[in-house]
Design a protein around this ligand. Structure first.
Ligand SMILES: [Zn+2]
Length: 326
């Protein structure tokens, strides 16, 4: 299988300075960001670029700002929405794009997968891989702590996605890639043992790389992600908070089948110690609502031809487990 990973990955304090060299060969630069970041970083970014960028705010309609020129580059500077918008513009126009995350809130900072909303639900769309990822640790360390905490959630949930991937492969013949599995597992293990920001950022970039290697989001996204997508309609909490919230439930059933690479209990303890949501109350949810999300998630998994560890589990068991764990 051929795959393309970001050719340059820069994770360092002051890394933004490297942008000059990364964009020097392009005739046009389109930069997607949000209002607040534009105010704070416009001067710095413009001083680093050889051409004045075409600014696109995430609140704008990206299609109204289709960049001109064939030798252009698109920069996503910000959180999930800015980066996803840059990905979508680059994919639609065929231009190169550079990811500059300003928070470590999810593993999409280096991946080719964008999260797209449709009818109130979110789904993943395969886009282009960035030519470079510039993670400036000075900038990311200034992000609201809750954003970076959500990123921890998006890595810890790999305990569920990886376990389920192997389960689906061994029992239902889903396609599997050992390299992608190992890269994701190493990313998970690094965050399990080290709480530093740099380790988190590198784990997120590696998770993105694993998705490139696998050619799908499967290593990093299982039923816990589908539950998060189902939650989107009513709950607009951060992606990482939603996926980690659903993780103990999936791990419980993976453990029953002998597939959990981390126990439900150990992940639950870690979630509590790091301040991640572990109770229905923390997510303003009832057991019945959680069950509804699971039903919708199972439908999403089936449509994507992915086998869920929760498929075939009856309602009584799910309700009992929800009440016990949450
Ligand atoms: Zn995720």
């Amino acid at each position: 299988m051929s795959y393309h990973c970001p050719s340059q990955v820069i994770v360092e304090a002051g890394g933004l300075k490297r942008l000059s060299q990364l964009t020097s060969g392009y005739d046009t630069v389109t930069c997607v960001t949000d209002e607040g970041l534009l105010r704070d970083y416009r001067g710095q970014l413009e001083s680093l670029l050889s051409v004045t960028p075409n600014w696109v705010k995430v609140s704008d309609d990206p299609e109204a700002h289709t960049p001109g020129g064939i030798n252009g580059v698109v920069i996503g500077f910000g959180g999930g929405r800015s980066i996803d918008t840059a990905k979508l513009i680059a994919t639609a126009t065929g231009l190169d794009w550079i990811s500059i995350p300003t928070a470590a809130s999810h593993d999409g900072i280096a991946s080719e997968v964008a999260s797209v909303s449709h009818n109130g639900f979110k789904y993943s769309k395969k886009c282009k891989t960035p030519i470079a990822v510039v993670a400036d640790l000075d900038i990311i360390s200034r992000a609201p702590p809750r954003l970076n905490l959500a990123g921890v959630g998006d890595i810890l949930c790999k305990a569920s996605s990886l376990s389920e991937w192997r389960f689906a492969y061994e029992n239902f013949g889903e396609s599997f890639n050992e390299d992608a599995y190992r890269v994701t597992e190493n990313a998970l293990n690094s965050v399990l043992t080290d709480g530093s920001l740099e380790v988190l950022v590198r784990a997120e970039i590696d998770a993105g790389r694993a998705m490139c290697i696998a050619g799908s989001s499967r290593p990093c996204s299982g039923t816990e992600h589908s539950i998060s997508h189902a939650m989107e309609r009513r709950n607009h909490d951060l992606h990482g908070m939603q996926v980690i919230f659903a993780t103990p439930l999936c791990l419980h059933y993976l453990e029953e089948r002998g597939y959990a690479i981390q126990s439900q209990e150990s992940i639950h303890k870690l979630m509590e110690s790091r301040g991640l949501p572990t109770s229905l109350k923390a997510m303003s949810m009832t057991p019945g609502l959680f069950y509804e999300y699971i039903v919708h998630a199972l439908d999403l998994m089936e449509r994507r031809e992915r086998h869920s560890i929760l498929a075939g589990v009856d309602k009584a068991s799910l309700m009992r487990t929800i009440r016990t764990l949450y």
